[in-house]
Design a protein around this ligand. Structure first.
Ligand code: TPP
Ligand code: SF4
Length: 516
């Protein structure tokens, strides 16, 4: 519901459009269109204050036939678009027009969310239990056994009951009407429009061409008084041409009872639009032939409205924030992180290798055998395989290393580095000279805990223990991928002669000077 802002009186004609209406003669959609014209005039908001948003289907042609704003949108997506419109322009009266195919098949997910969020829009679901526009396929609302072109042996699916769906989705206003009673349609639409929060109205609508008479057993003039129970808030559920039938409860089950006209039993169920969800749900399950089908407002409760809450949050966030610019938002806090790619596993996928860069990407750490084939690939620069396949034993390194024992204080290591190459790699060795850890300048910058005494704290507290090592027979390609995948800037090559530290710079230098 959005209150009228203008004092002008509107007429039905003000809401008509200049478009030719293209529904089949006798289609129930005409009745609803006329009721909508009447309702909009009665509500008193101008055409410019209403927006009708539809999906795809015969019923979804609705916006063309109204002089309001409109959007004939995407199949099943009217709720998403309407949500956006209402959130941005809460002052507008927003209507969704959908069918049982559009709203309960492809668009059921979107419908669910607009209902549970309680966005203040009015949903009109035209239920003709068929896909009309596409010429008569069965829909999610078609009854079991329904024979159509897509269910030639009869539908084997349980149909969706739109009102059960709406109540289960926590809609705050749920109603049903039928196209054979234009006044009832207009009255229900007006109630829906007045409701603050989401309103869901199922309209039994006859598809003259592909599902003619689907609701006749309930809505035909000569049977309806015995087969429809009209819901009125605060009144007992009675029906019947003679006014002699009613609904009571036996535990949680509804029961039809007959009584002397004018003398109803005291325990008839009294309709309460604000009753528990369970009771509203129960009314949606009343179905012919065991029960009369209910028409009217099943449920109308007040709950906080989505767009109100959202705008309140926005206002609060603005109030609490000194700088509301996007720039400030993006730079707020230090909540960034870096994700290192995991080491490649399994076989490398061979694609087109046209350059040295491509070749490097193609070769995984364990894929040295692939090197042998590289030269055969068309377009691989000659000699690439030779360079990438060179064993690490062939490479030389300019990097300095400092060897220390595990109990060496951090301060002493720093002294040694200062005396030599400040970027030297520190190898922490056990008594048998085996490497037990590695320390880089990055570790010394970032890993020394606050307040630690550098004169006594051992180097082991900042080292990376048991570093992964390579063998002299590993290749340049392997070393580059190994370092790249793990984010290392140097690799340790361990041979019987000792340890060589190769930096990524060493590897690239080798490629630069050897590449064809
Ligand atoms: C993505 C997509 N899928 C399928 C269709 C085909 N299609 C158009 S309307 C429709 C169903 C319409 O049924 P309903 O919502 O009941 O509307 P009616 O035509 O009966 O009023 C379908 C399946 C489409 N247009 N787009
Ligand atoms: S196909 Fe059915 S729903 Fe579509 S316009 Fe014709 S009668 Fe109406």
């Amino acid at each position: 519901m959005t209150t009228a802002t203008a004092t002008k009186t509107w007429k039905r004609q003000d809401f008509a459009s200049d478009q030719d209406v293209r529904w089949c003669p006798g289609c129930g959609d005409y009745v609803v269109l006329s009721a909508v014209h009447r309702t909009l005039a009665a509500i008193g908001r101008g055409p410019h204050e209403n927006v009708f948003i539809s999906g795809i289907g015969c019923s979804s042609r609705f916006p063309y036939y109204l002089g309001t704003y409109g959007f004939h949108s995407v199949h099943g997506r009217a709720p998403a678009i309407a949500s956006g419109v209402k959130v941005c322009r809460p002052d507008l009266s927003v209507w969704i027009v959908t069918g049982d195919g559009d709203g309960l098949s492809i668009g059921a997910n979107h419908l669910l969310h607009v209902l549970r969020r309680n966005i203040d829009v009015n949903v009109l679901l035209f239920n003709n239990r068929i896909y009309g526009l596409t010429k008569g396929q069965y829909s999610p609302a078609s009854e079991q056994g329904k024979v159509t072109k897509t269910s030639p042996m009869g539908s084997i699916e349980q149909p969706i009951n739109p009102l059960s769906f709406a109540i289960a989705s926590q809609a705050t206003f749920v109603a049903r009407t039928y196209d054979a009673d234009p006044k009832h349609v207009a009255a229900i639409l007006q109630r829906a429009a007045q409701h603050k929060g989401v309103s869901f109205v199922e309209i039994y609508q006859n598809c003259k061409i592909f599902n003619d008479g689907t609701f006749n057993a309930v809505t035909n003039r000569d049977v309806r008084s015995d087969r429809i129970v009209f819901l009125e808030h605060g009144k007992p559920l009675t029906f019947g041409a003679l006014g002699n039938k009613g609904i009571t409860l036996n535990g949680v089950d509804p029961v039809v009872v007959e009584f002397e006209p004018g003398n109803p039993p005291a325990d008839l169920l009294v309709h309460d639009e604000t009753a528990s969800v369970g009771l509203s749900f129960l009314l949606t399950r009343l179905a012919h032939p065991d029960f009369p089908e209910a028409m009217g407002v099943f449920r109308a409760v007040e709950k906080p409205v989505y767009e109100d809450e959202l705008h309140a949050q926005i206002a609060k966030a603005r109030e609490n924030s000194k700088d509301t610019s996007l720039h400030a938002l993006l730079r707020r806090g230090a909540e960034t992180w870096t994700i290192k790619p995991p080491a490649a596993e399994g076989e490398a996928v061979r694609g087109e290798v046209e350059s040295l860069g491509d070749a490097l990407e193609e070769v995984g750490p364990e894929k040295d055998s692939y090197i042998a084939d590289l030269d055969e690939d068309e377009g691989v620069p000659e000699g690439v395989a030779r360079v990438l396949g060179t064993e690490l034993s062939e490479l030389t390194s300019d990097s300095d290393t400092v060897r220390v024992s595990a109990d060496t204080p951090i301060g002493q290591v720093l002294e040694e580095m200062r005396a030599g190459d400040a970027l030297a790699t520190v190898l922490v060795c056990a008594e048998d000279d085996k490497i037990v850890g590695i320390v880089t300048e990055r570790d010394l910058l970032h890993r020394i805990p606050d307040g630690v005494d550098l004169k006594t704290a051992p180097i082991t507290i900042v080292m990376t223990p048991n570093p992964e090592t390579l063998e002299p027979s590993d290749t340049v390609a392997h070393a580059l991928n190994f370092a790249g995948a793990r984010g290392y800037r140097r690799v340790l090559v361990v041979s019987e002669e000792g340890v060589t530290v190769l930096t990524v710079g060493d590897l690239l230098d080798f490629i630069r000077t050897s590449a064809p």
